[in-house]
Design a binder for this molecule. Structure first.
Ligand code: SAM
Length: 303
């Protein structure tokens, strides 16, 4: 279908890893390597590029956009961990959570770790980044990725996040959580399966949504939590706005933070504080992100 075709035409995005280099140095290297730099994008569709042209992204200052079939897998900057191959939309969660250097942070469903390495870059490798995942193979990939990216502030654990004790002394100072749980993946345009069974889809979505809500409710039990980002690469309301709405009903001490007014696509009504992303509106895969914060008068973390 049309979505599949446009998926092939998505820009190739890379995130500059500021633990290893700067955006200016990466841009200079790429220019010497034969790419043509067109400066920072000024409109959303400035990322639709030809041949060797590239731009700095309009919304995310550490993201560069290239033409669709640009391949960096054999490139020095990728092999040396100076750039991370990551869709623009998937750079939103860590950027919006924005944990302070020196703070304690949890990445609840972390493998293969692109968002973990982004969090570490924002923290300047200072503080503690606890990263959990249930899947040993994905965790092994993640170790390699974090090593290449120069991440040192992390502690990986092979476990079920739902079984992590929020009252354990080692997590008592955790103020930030990034929750990017398993989802249907329906936003990934190249993976979309047009011929799937509708009833099976509904049952699967219901089960994913119930898992996502349990993870979200569990996250909010960490006693010193200030801010949490919830994200999925799903386009289904059931896994996105519906999960967040149910969670807020069950946790009146938290509220949604309005995100990036300049972003072109909002969460479905009435959750317009949240962001969505799509091929047609943001030139990215389909994505959803919500930022929850502890409301004033609840707990001791307000400043
Ligand atoms: N945040 C990752 C990134 O940016 O690279 C992608 C995470 S992926 C969407 C979801 C992950 O959640 C999978 O790696 C899966 O193994 C893990 N997962 C699923 N159930 C889990 C659980 N109960 N506890 C911890 N991790 C879980």
């Amino acid at each position: 279908g049309a979505q599949r075709a446009s998926g092939d035409q998505l820009p190739r995005y890379v995130r500059v890893n500021t633990l290893k280099t700067t955006v200016d140095d990466a841009v200079d290297y790429l220019k010497r390597d034969g790419f043509s730099y067109l400066g920072q994008a000024t409109r959303v569709d400035d990322v639709n590029l030809k041949r060797k042209d590239f731009v700095r992204d309009l919304h995310l200052p550490e993201v560069l956009a290239f033409s669709p079939r640009t391949d960096f897998h054999e490139h020095f900057l990728y092999k040396a961990g100076h750039i991370i191959l990551q869709d623009k939309a998937s750079c939103l969660p860590a950027f919006l959570l924005d944990p302070a250097p020196g703070s304690r942070v949890i990445d609840a469903c972390a493998a293969p770790g692109n968002k973990t390495s982004h969090l570490a870059a924002i923290m300047k490798n200072k503080g503690k980044l606890f990263a959990f995942d249930l899947d040993a193979k994905r965790l092994a990939t993640m170790s390699t990725l974090l090593l290449r990216a120069g991440v040192t502030c992390h502690q990986l654990a092979h476990c079920d996040f739902l079984k992590v004790d929020p009252d354990s002394p080692q997590y008592k100072d955790v103020e930030y959580i990034l929750l990017d749980p398993s989802c249907s993946g329906s936003g990934m345009v190249c993976l979309r399966d047009d011929a799937s069974d509708q009833d099976e889809d509904q049952a699967r979505l219901a089960s994913l949504a119930s898992f996502q809500l349990r993870c979200l409710n569990h996250s909010l039990r960490f006693p010193h939590l200030k801010r949490l980002v919830y994200s999925t690469c799903s386009i289904h309301r059931q896994e996105n706005e519906d999960v967040v709405t149910a969670c807020l009903q069950q946790n009146p001490g938290f509220r949604l933070v309005p995100l990036l007014p300049q972003w072109p696509e909002r969460g479905l009504e009435p959750l317009t504080q949240c962001l969505r992303a799509s091929v047609s509106r943001t030139c990215t895969h389909g994505f959803f992100v919500a930022l929850l914060e502890k409301a004033a008068g609840h707990g001791s973390s307000q400043v």
